[in-house]
Design a protein around this ligand. Structure first.
Ligand code: URP
Ligand code: ZN
Length: 468
């Protein structure tokens, strides 16, 4: 089957070009001048639109129970929601199951998900028991052999098995360095963030408006500086998950300037919304997320960080917890009772396109780099993913910069609220293609469960060295 995408602007990190693109079965076959590829089975007219590699969402918590809440959104729903927002690969967190190794947990999750996923997928591993560091160290070679090239850890959540102390982080980094991978860290100072919460509870201050006050900027920044410093000593790749503060951007800049493979991950909601949201009813407590939304000055710094090479990848931090769980938790205990995290798998990429590219805050080339090329390089998927080059998977998203779309829960399956509710975007994806098959067109999902494949990562130090 041959498909031509014609009359569009092909966007790569290196530049944007008025070229036609030929797809042969599941791969990009060639790029050529206008009219170079007559006689295809199908021609897609992309006039007036950008033709980009499908986005890789680097941060999703699909079907993950957390703080007593269980998502209603299933894998098929989540991957359909993602495709509607221009995402063709998700990198989901897999938590180590009780009494199992992480690698065994990942193998069984891969088998469970394969018949369900509508788009391609990969995994980040998450250890949930750090009692035996030798056993953990022995997991890395098999993890990488299975195609899992990153592990994420947490410097907070002491009452879960996820919290890792500095010695644990030091050891995780030593093991990852040997494999040439990257450690992801959710960086917040545990004792201060958690004790501050206890203090606020004692004072009866549990309304949502207090949420950002228990985790002020320095709670994130201190942990970011600490893990950067450990990564520098060890010589390990590091990315800071959901970078939210201006201080974090500056710290990452400091370490990037030394030539270290230390990166920030952005999540669009930190760019689109600020902490004023916490004084609003409903959305104020539903948007209890960690770290919290920040100030307009932090939002400005995040945009600067994307432009200047501190924030180099984007993930949605999609946490699909619905209003029943959110509202019941808030009614019972105020913000401490609300499961952390909100949905975003559908809006993350379109919002960045509309507010970033269309409004001129970032270039189309930078957009492609942070949503697709860099994630592929950081997690060992390059150049199969993240590129529109001959031989790459034909994962394509076509963005119409003039298309208007109002966001909200109505666009989702299995999700009943959205922090983006009512926001109108100018600039939206109009077609998504997964390995040469059109899976979204004219707002309709046309793909199928089980069409998504597990994509094993294989680290390439040369590609990692070009992330900027
Ligand atoms: O609030 C968030 N981000 N919830 C998801 C778990 C985590 O902290 O990453
Ligand atoms: Zn996190």
């Amino acid at each position: 089957m041959k498909i031509t995408v014609k009359n569009g602007i092909i966007v790569t990190p290196e530049g944007s070009f008025p070229l036609d693109l030929l797809i042969g079965d599941d791969k990009v076959a060639a790029l050529g001048e206008r009219g170079d590829f007559p006689g295809s089975d199908r021609e897609i007219d992309a006039a007036g639109c950008y033709v980009m590699p499908g986005a890789i969402d680097t941060h999703t918590h699909i079907e993950e129970p957390f703080m007593g809440a269980v998502p209603e959104e299933t894998w098929p729903m989540a991957t359909r929601n993602a495709a509607m927002g221009g995402v063709t690969t998700v990198l989901n967190f897999v938590n180590q199951e009780p009494d199992k190794t992480l690698v065994a947990s990942i193998v069984s999750e891969r088998e469970r998900i394969s018949p369900q996923a509508c788009i391609d997928f990969g995994f980040h591993g998450v250890f949930s028991d750090y009692t035996d560091l030798d056993a953990i160290g022995a997991e890395f070679a098999p993890l990488f052999a299975e195609g899992v090239t990153s592990v994420k850890t947490f410097t907070i959540y002491s009452d879960s098995g996820f919290f890792a102390d500095d010695w644990t982080i030091y050891n995780l980094m030593r093991s990852i360095r040997e494999q040439g991978g990257v450690l992801g860290v959710h960086a917040e100072n545990m004792p201060i963030g958690e004790k501050m919460q206890e203090e606020f509870i004692r004072q009866g201050k549990t309304e949502s408006v207090y949420w950002p006050q228990i985790k002020p900027n320095f709670v994130e920044a201190e942990a970011v500086r600490r893990v950067c410093s450990i990564a520098e000593q060890v010589g390990c790749g590091l990315y800071i998950a959901h970078t939210s503060t201006r201080e974090s951007v500056d710290i990452i800049a400091e370490y990037r300037a030394k030539g270290l493979p230390i990166f920030g991950e952005g999540c669009s909601h930190y760019f689109m919304f600020n902490d004023e949201i916490y004084s609003k009813p409903l959305v104020g407590w539903r948007e209890i997320i960690s770290p919290p939304l920040r100030s307009p000055a932090d939002q400005e710094a995040l945009w600067r960080g994307v432009r200047n090479g501190q924030i180099v990848l984007f993930g949605s931090d999609h946490c699909p917890y619905n209003t029943a769980a959110k509202d019941a938790g808030y009614k019972a205990q105020g913000f401490p009772g609300v499961v952390n995290g909100g949905p975003g798998i559908l809006e993350n990429v379109p919002a960045l396109f509309a507010e970033g590219v269309v409004k001129g805050r970032i270039t189309p080339e930078r957009f492609v780099e942070v949503t697709s090329a860099n994630p592929a390089k950081l997690f060992g998927l390059w150049p199969r993913k993240g590129a529109l080059a001959p031989g790459s998977d034909a994962d394509i998203v076509i963005f119409d910069p003039a298309k208007k779309q109002t966001l909200g829960a109505h666009l989702y399956e299995g999700i009943d609220w959205s922090v983006y509710e009512g926001m109108e975007l100018t600039g939206y994806p109009v077609l998504t293609m997964l390995r040469g098959r059109v899976i979204v067109e004219n707002g309709k999902f046309l793909g199928e469960s089980g069409a998504g494949e597990f994509i094993p990562g294989k680290m390439d130090p040369k590609a990692l060295g070009t992330v900027r």
